[in-house]
Every structure is written in C-alpha cells, then in structure tokens.
Design a protein around this ligand. Sequence first.
Ligand code: PLP
Length: 394
Amino acid sequence: MIPAEIRSDFPVLSEVIYLDSAATSLSPEPVLAAMLEYEHVYRANTGRGVHRLAQVATQKYWDARQRVKRFIGAESGELVFTKNTTEAINMVALGLPWKKGDRVVTTLLEHHSNLLPWMRTRDRHGIDLRIIPPGPDGAFDPADLEREITPGTRLVAVTHASNVLGNLVPVREIAEICRDRGALLLVDGAQSVPHVPVRVEELGCDFLCFSGHKMLGPTGTGILWMRRPEIEPLLLGGGAVEQVTGSGYTLVGGPARYEGGTPNIAGAIGLGRAIGYLEALGMGEVRRHEQALTRQMIEGLTGIDGVTVYGPGATPDRIGVVSFTVQGLHPHDVAHLLDEEADIMVRSGHHCCMPLMTHLGVPDGTVRASLHCYNNADDVEKLIGTVRMIAGGA
Ligand code: PLP
C-alpha cells in the first residue's frame, strides 16, 4: 500500500490534480530538503578540494551515485550523471566509433530523443538505420525484430516503455536476439525506471538511459549506465583528466571521465534522496498502486461515448501512461478544458513522437494522462468525470 499521507510531501497536490508525470514528476519535500541542505550546509565543488566542505560534497555526490547504482542493480559497469535521458542517448550516439554501413535498429515507438541521434548518425556516418513499426497497441511482431537485427547489426536502441501508448517492450527477448547477433543494446528507460523495478543484469542491455526528473528527482538530472565504458566522452575538461602537459592529456578512468566540468551536484544529491524515497515506498508497491489506477482510468475512459483510448488496454503489462482523444475536439482543447474546469494537468499533442502519431493516424496527437505514486483513485475519478462532461458537450 502507498500511504495516503505521502500526498502532503507534494504541496501542489492541494491545488491541482497532477496527471503529467510522464513529462516530469513532482519532487517530494525530503528531496527539496536534501538539495537545500547542500546549499545551506556544505556547498562546495566536488573533486579535488581538500577543505572539509569539499570533502562532504564529494562524499554525498559519491553516495548519490552508489544509490542509483543499487537501485538498478548495477554492480558492475559505469554509471554517469547526465542532465537527462536525451543527453545520455546522445552521448552514446556521439561516442561510439561508427563506420559506414553499420546497422542501427530502432522502432517507430521511440521518443524523438531516441530517434534523432540515430538519424544524425545516419546522415553523418552513413549508417544503415532501420526503424521497425509497432502494431496499433505498440507491440512488435517478433519476426520483424528477428529479421532486422541481422548478424553484424551494431546497435539496437529501443524504449522499455512507450511514453504514448504505455506498453512495455519485451526488452529481455530483444537482448537475447542482440546477444545472439553480436549487437549492442541501448534501452531508453525514461518511462520504465521511475515505475517498474528495473535491474540491468536482468534486462541484459549494454546501455540504460533514464531521467531523474521523472522519478521524483530534480530537473536537470539523468543517468547513463554502460556495461563497458568504451565510448568517447562527449566533453573534455576539468575533472575528466588525470594528467595534462603542454602537448597532451590523459583522461581519468571511472565515471569522472564522462562528467567533464562541474556537475549538477545539488541535482545528483536530490536524485539520490528521491531514490531513497521510492525505496522506502517499495518499487513493487509503486507498481501495484499505479497498475490499479491505470486499470481504473482505462476502464472509465473507454466507457465514454466519443472517447478513444490508445494502446494495449487494461493489461497489467503496461505503465500508467494513458493516451486518448475526444471526438470533435483537438487534444490541446481537451487539455485546456481539463485545467479550466477541474484543475487537472495533462499533456496533449504529439508527445515528442511525431512519426508514431502519423503511424497511428492521429496527426494532432492525443491527450495523455500519466500517473505516479502520489496519485489516487479520486484523481482518476475526477479525470473520468470531467472527460465525460467535456465529451458530452463536444
Ligand atoms: N524517452 C522517453 C521514452 C521519454 O518519455 C522522454 C521524455 O518524455 C525522453 C526519452 C526524454 O527525456 P528527457 O526530456 O528527460 O531527456
């Protein structure tokens, strides 16, 4: 059970019904307190400072990294702080040594952040980019995957959970195909890590990218986990070097190699605290809580005349991201009305998935309601009731 009292850790919930956590989640008070403590008590740069504030800041930054590693079961590999998922994916696309004809396989389900970096790699290096279309519910035909992931495929880049349809992608099966064919696997965990217990070893991926700000952490935080830290760092400079002479440099090993410049120290500390918060609730509980609300939301919305709900329906094998349209109304108008009539915050439009929207035949996009642990059945009831009213008047 998720205790009802946690809602008081998110003060804005007394003003609005927040159903936009897939875009960014709210941060609870203990996360803000941890960040403020850094500012008030031990603000200093991390790295090589010898004074005591620098030592405390460095230790706390280190502790935050360890916490994220434990959270995703990353006993080995390298875990690097980034500013978001987008930066993490771009670091891989820009950091691998490509040669003309290398094949990259991705899908039409992807967020632009897991599509554009590969399109640019195609345009710059002449890689052979394959984009597999999903079915209307977001699922893939395993034969399509088997066919496209040829021996010699360099990398497969796939989302773990769709930010539009909410379906979970069978990453473990894809990992097996990749292992068989000698391909690297990058998983975009932006929508899964905040909601589903994720262990990198079980997933079998080589890269896992996700955003701290979608999992109760502060904005400006993200993660790149790499099984083997073999990519070129994106940025060179302070903190990333071991030795510099007038004519050259040697890079440090470890995560610092990929974190040139002063990092988002308060952000990382806040993310570490957010993980502590989620762990105290229990990710299994978070998952169950969100599954029940998702079912309630889908069943309620599906029953309204003029409303179309997209995705795989009320299966447990999905996350709490629900896309729908209301006949006769633009998704932005629905989102405005939900705000005006009932203080409900949802997202509308293409959700950074324009090719998917075209594929689904909804060029104006959808309305998207998305959940996190702090939502409750009243939030969902209020959404369903207000959509019913809006659809009735459309
Ligand atoms: N991938 C998916 C599946 C997403 O949903 C998002 C954001 O909504 C991103 C990537 C990009 O995340 P960020 O904006 O934190 O870089």
